[in-house]
Design a protein around this ligand. Sequence first.
Ligand code: SF4
Length: 175
Amino acid sequence: MPDADAAQSALRALHAEVDARAAGVAGRHGSRLHCRRGCSACCRDDLTVFEIEAERIRRAHPDLLDSGTPHAPGACAFLDAEGACRIYADRPYVCRTQGLPLRWLAEDESGQIVEARDICPLNEPGPPLETLAEPDCWLLGWAEERLAALQAAQDGGSLRRVALRSLFRRAAAPG
Ligand code: SF4
């Protein structure tokens, strides 16, 4: 089992790789993507993250978690009053690819491997998703697998998850 600091370094490296690859995909879409500071449509209140990603947030934002007020229920607890993320640099993987055209492979009812695609409704206008080249889409799966491996290695094989809101000491307080 890697020590906690080594595990956090590996997590940061994965997050950085995701950011670089996501920027590459985003750069292929010009003005189609409307993701920007203050747009919080993806920032749901029910998000959970692996313990290893929760630990990155704990280490980077002790004061916020100890004495800060979570956003009111109904949206992510880490949003501020302007709809911006208060832990942006340390946000979890799931927040780093939101808004991109997504594609993934799954088994259909007949056992065939088929591709599915999706995108945030705010970014829907533009060329139909099915016409996009594969490099124009974020492929789900590889980063999730590497993240799960980091989590399991650090946590005795456990894939335990933590609700983002629960990281606040005042998690139960009104926003
Ligand atoms: S952690 Fe930040 S980016 Fe992720 S859902 Fe919460 S506010 Fe949005």
